[in-house]
Ligand binder design. Sequence first.
Ligand code: SAM
Ligand code: SF4
Length: 399
Amino acid sequence: MLGDRVAESHGGGARRLGRRRRLRPTVPAAHDEGDDDEGGDDEGGENEGERSATHDAGQGTLGSMVREALRDGHERAIGDVRVSVTDRCNFRCQYCMPAEGLPWLERSEILTFEEITRLVGLLAEMGVSAVRLTGGEPLVRRELPRLVAMLDAVPGLDDLALTTNGYLLDRDAAALVAAGVKRFNVSIDSLQRDRFFAMTRRDALPRVLRGLEVLAAQRGPDGPPRIKVNAVALRGFTEEEALPFAAWARETGWEVRFIEWMPLDADHAWTADQVLPGEELRALINARWPLEPEAREPSATARTWRFADGARGRIGFVNPVSEPFCSDCDRIRLTADGRLRTCLFSLNETDLRGPLREGAEDDELEEVVRGAVWRKELKHRVGDPGFVQPARSMSAIGG
Ligand code: SAM
Ligand code: SF4
């Protein structure tokens, strides 16, 4: 099992471890920002040079615009878009990506900041109010804070969040908070350096923890950023992490969330028996520090629990495998190459980049988006006989 294998292999310690908006927000001139800066990936060859301006974001209509709310064919309103800004990553987490990486998208295939901002702006006119930037590792996309500032200027968006592995946070936290990111999810699978290395194939825990410290010290216009820590739960590995993470949540006041492993790994190694259900982890923590459930926010991915003794912090469980939460899912996804996905497990995706670069008007793009969203899957089929894993893996979709 992956968890056992990873847990066993950690003994070597730190080796090399090796709704309403002006259609065109004011944005800087359309010079291109498409570089990825792997920042710390020492395999070389992936840290490419400047890229010259190529794409125009296309023509839109000037002025304010309110469009009909975006709904799917099951009467669910769409309020949240996950935007992948790159498929590249400087980690190689065992449950996500092979050691050698994946065939990366060409730069010209990746949406420019202007293109992303235009599409997000259109979605905001249709009632999408929350954006989460992700990847791949979003911080390897050069000038990411500039994209954040552009999105922060989009009327109608009230929640700008980011999911990161934290490796480049010590460099970027201040700029990201200043540009408008309000909520950060930082992924950490173990609080022990050797086990962190075994899982991510990078000896990076000290640096990630330093990045978190830098992040926690920031103050944005609305106060300190909200921080959550994500840990993927794997049988044979994460049981040992449960109490240290709970103790850390109590110490820091942050929410630590355990996410059930989903069949979205590029290696196709996922099997149901390797999923460590959130309920098992909850029982482990509850036996040491009793937990009380909190009310579930509509469309939330996590069920959260506070400590009954009043300690700070909370524990969240994202249980897509054992307790699917599809019925009120309000999320859609935009891949780095401009495909709209209506579910993590979609077998079909809809190209928005093509029409965008061919000069489609906003009304035309709206029609394409509405058609795709109308067909949003009722639920995922993980665990059903005949389940088919999507061709793209998590890092290529944008988790
Ligand atoms: N690279 C960033 C990171 O790791 O935070 C952002 C992208 S990553 C795909 C987003 C989240 O998905 C991370 O918390 C990661 O641990 C999680 N993840 C990746 N593969 C997964 C899988 N197969 N099942 C469940 N979660 C997964
Ligand atoms: Fe990279 Fe995130 Fe996938 Fe890990 S989970 S390999 S950090 S994209």
